[in-house]
Write a protein that binds this ligand. Structure first.
Ligand code: GLN
Length: 537
């Protein structure tokens, strides 16, 4: 029978529930178990696809094209679990489904209510993940215990042990134990209150994971155990990690969280194999090179907006024994101060995806600088579209070339709306989304980096390279290094006679892992190392 672990959070948001859930899943996989993961988000948006990165951080795209919460990125980076549309639900989706059922008359005239109809729907989306090939399902509940919108989710997971057996379910509650400078001590009261709220709802946590900046001493742990009604060994400390998020699973393992879970759920325990993970940390701790990479996008102060790109750059660093320092720069700053002044001293440039006109000229200018100065460059989605605009304007002589996303009546629409997007007015879930195959051109940098000629990558866009300009741009020297299967869409462009100028229409950052860096990120970092050493690749 599939077992269920529910991860909740209390006291404050941003405690790292996603990371903790991913770390637990990784530890269970390392003990030989087959794990599935899922996140339930209490907001009303149907998915985060239409939310601003300021509100929500990046939108993480899965193979099947679902636009999901960025915590799912942690799940994929830490584990081998296969994520699908069933891996992320929001209050919006739950209500939408219940309302559709009501319209179809499926409730047979009953009054449709939060309890039982919404809670039943939530239970259904959790329990649908049970199957003979899954030992454990980990379900993370977004938000913070005590929020009004979390209530139906907590009520639903309270009921699941009644149906599945308490011995087959576990509740792990993440909480904050703050250090109060004035008192000079750690405070356990917020944790007591947060567990108190859980118990009012009817959920007794089995394990408390205590986020803290200082070590808990035995008396703190005893106090938490006594007042929160859990055994002392189930009070697990999770100290802040200044060095790397990839330390989290190892520190949880040092506190024996995997043993506790296996014992309580009665699961067979193979011994852990964490060699690969230790190797990651060894490489991070012993870099042989250091490079600095400029990330020129719309946002600079908001790391979550480009979460997977930061992670993938770290992975490229791990693959190359290199410490990668990333400096986020607002592209508008380049419009103000010029590329020369802003980008001097960097070893590589990366221009990420994005929407909207603000800062686009700064991105084009940064790319022109990288192209002309032999600075290694990786363009992603809008970054690739800007690379095509630069090349058209400044190499092929198509002055005023632009994307119709930003200048509808441009005389040279080198980037234009995809045919399939004509007439699409709804914003949610309507882009070209998810994994699509692509063919790589022999001899291109990309083909060399991937080491294969056919790839599959995740997409999220409405605009594309305008095929009508393909011949003209190729004649001017642009390398079409990748297309989709019938060659109608350009997926990758490169510039020859440049150490590393690769721009892709898809999002390679979503498929990079610490244990297996994405080839394009490994390639960019390798080129940055060579640039730093002043060597031409
Ligand atoms: N705005 C561009 C498009 O829709 C790029 C999208 C992206 O960078 N994800 O095609």
């Amino acid at each position: 029978m599939t077992k269920h672990i529910f991860v909740t959070g209390g006291v404050v948001s941003s405690l790292g529930k996603g990371l903790t859930s991913a770390s637990i899943a990784m530890l269970l996989e390392s003990r030989g178990l087959r794990v599935k993961m899922q996140k339930l988000d209490p907001y009303i948006n149907v998915d985060p696809g239409t939310m601003s990165p300021y509100q929500h951080g990046e939108v993480y795209v899965l193979d099947d094209g679902s636009e999901t919460d960025l915590d799912l990125g942690h799940y994929e980076r830490f584990t081998t679990t296969h994520l699908t549309r069933q891996s992320n639900y929001t209050t919006g989706q739950i209500y939408q489904s219940v309302i559709n059922k009501e319209r179809r008359g499926e409730f047979l005239g009953k009054t449709v209510q939060v309890i039982p109809h919404i809670t039943n729907e939530i239970k259904e989306v959790v329990l649908q993940l049970d199957d003979a090939d899954t030992d454990v399902v980990i379900t993370e509940i977004g938000g913070t215990v005590g929020d009004i919108e979390s209530l139906p989710f907590l009520e639903a997971i309270r009921q699941i042990p009644l149906e599945r057996g308490r011995e087959n379910c576990m509740f792990i509650h993440l909480t904050l134990v703050p250090f109060l400078k004035a008192a000079g001590e750690l405070k356990t009261k917020p944790t007591q209150h947060s567990v108190g709220i859980m118990r009012q709802i009817g959920i007794q946590p089995d394990i408390l994971v205590c986020r803290t900046e200082r070590s808990l001493d035995t008396s703190d742990r005893e106090k938490i155990a006594l007042f929160c009604n859990v055994p002392l060994h189930s009070v697990i400390e999770e100290r802040d990690k200044d060095f790397s998020i990839y330390e989290v699973p190892l520190s949880l393992q040092a506190n024996k969280i995997d043993d506790l879970i296996l014992k309580q759920l009665g699961l067979p325990a193979a011994s852990a194999n964490l060699e690969g993970w230790h190797d990651i940390l060894h490489r991070l701790r012993n870099p042989e090179h250091e490079v600095s990479i400029a990330l020129v996008g719309k946002y600079a102060e908001h790391r979550d907006a480009y979460k997977s790109i930061y992670e993938a750059l770290d992975h490229g660093g791990i693959a190359n024994y290199t410490q990668v320092r990333v400096q986020a720069i607002k592209s508008e700053e380049i419009e103000l101060n010029g590329a020369e002044k802003t980008l001097a001293g960097f070893d590589a440039l990366i221009v990420p995806g994005g929407f909207g006109e603000r800062g686009v000229e700064g991105k084009v200018e940064a790319i022109q600088y990288a192209r002309e100065r032999n600075l290694p460059f990786l363009g992603i989605c809008l970054g690739m579209q800007c690379a095509v605009i630069d090349f058209a304007r400044n190499v092929a002589g198509l002055t005023d070339a632009h994307s119709t996303e930003f200048f509808r009546d441009t005389p040279h629409p080198v980037i234009c709306l995809m045919d399939e997007q004509e007439g699409v007015t709804e914003k949610g879930g309507t882009m070209r989304l998810g994994s699509q195959p692509a063919l790589l051109s022999d001899g291109s940098k990309s083909a060399l980096a991937y080491g294969v000629s056919e790839i599959s990558e995740r997409h999220r866009h409405r605009y594309e390279f305008n095929g009508g300009y393909r011949q003209q741009l190729e004649e001017a020297g642009l390398v079409i290094a990748g297309t989709n299967s019938d060659e109608s869409l350009v997926e990758i462009v490169e510039v020859a006679d440049h150490p590393w100028f690769v721009a892709v229409q898809f999002h390679p950052e979503f498929k990079s892992k610490p244990t297996a860096a994405h080839p394009l990120f490994a390639g960019l970092v390798a080129a940055a190392v060579a640039h730093h050493a002043g060597v031409k690749t």
